[in-house]
Write a new protein. Sequence first.
Length: 404
Amino acid sequence: MEFFKQVDLDWMGKAKYFFGLSGLLLAAGVASILSHGGLFYGIDFKGGTVVDVRFAGPPPVDTIRNSVTQQGLKNFTIVPVSDPAYPNSNEVLINLEEQGQGSEALDAGKTAILNALHTTFGAGEAGKQDFNSVGPETIADALTRKDPLSLGAAAGDRYAQLARQLAQFRDRDHRGIITDLNQLSGAGAAPPAIAALRDAFYTSTFAIINVEIVGPKVGSELRRQAVVVTLYALMGMLVYIAFRFEWVYGAAAVIAVFHDVLITLGLFSIFHFEISLTVIAALLTLVGYSMNDTIVIFDRIRENTRLMRREPFQAIVNRSINQTLSRTILTSGLTFLTVLVLFLMGGQVLRAFSFALVVGILVGTYSSFGIAAPLVVAWNNWRGTGGAVVAVSGTAAGTKLRKT
């Protein structure tokens, strides 16, 4: 399937515009990174605590901020979670940067956040636990001690089963929040069982969905490993392309990939997205995707050097890009539509990951014909082989050229 037939665009004649556009994007990204004092690293890399909280109604962000501040905490952010699957998710992420050294400081930060939430939104009766923050084992233990259904010897197993039903009803049907214990009648709880639970528990207007803690040493190690993995991937690709074609092709492809990664990181800084482990996975994905598109063009250039022996090298490159244009639109276009839907509909958790893929596919596709190919042409012009070329040998390392 071809979208275009007999395309005759002078891509190399517009190389200066491609380089100019890339220069503007790189300059804007670098300026943003410098003005913000670096990239925005997530908890994975800088260490700290993330508390995922869901409320029964719209989350009062200002009240949450004031309550956390009153606990003496600084350097925290409150991010509302948008999830297309649940338009009214009523969920926020409280991100607390590292407050000190050691696990004690991290635990203290987590405890302070939980205390702030319970003090402001979940103050219950003394000696009672929040029903929305306990597991089925705690529920079963409270029922077994009271034995409201007079089950006797069979109390342990029966109450354990009932506790699992109640916890599942809370988490699945009410998304983790029971605002009134009478709601448990919908899960099969009899009035005596509800009365027993009321003696042991109270209900709050929020639920802690998840708590993540990453120490600063672990975060620093993860950051170092992410850089090392990316560099290893680029070196491996350089060696492969240098062997498969010529070293100049490998160098051009790696420079183009560096260009893709730097622009993506710059846009992350401009739009204030955090760098996390999932984002590193997305960056490695776009590195492979961009390299694949570049190799397709390079392979067509090598084939055409055998067929167009008397043509200038720039014309050969233009023809090769035009011949692969339909393939590029099909593969890149379909992949772009997929990740765009993921970005728009994937929710807050996948937002940074999908943004990296959206930007990476656009920039990676563009760099294959706008950066990598012009670099090879520039090198051939500098060597004085930019005129008509003749293929004099075809080896596993590529076609060797000489000027005629």
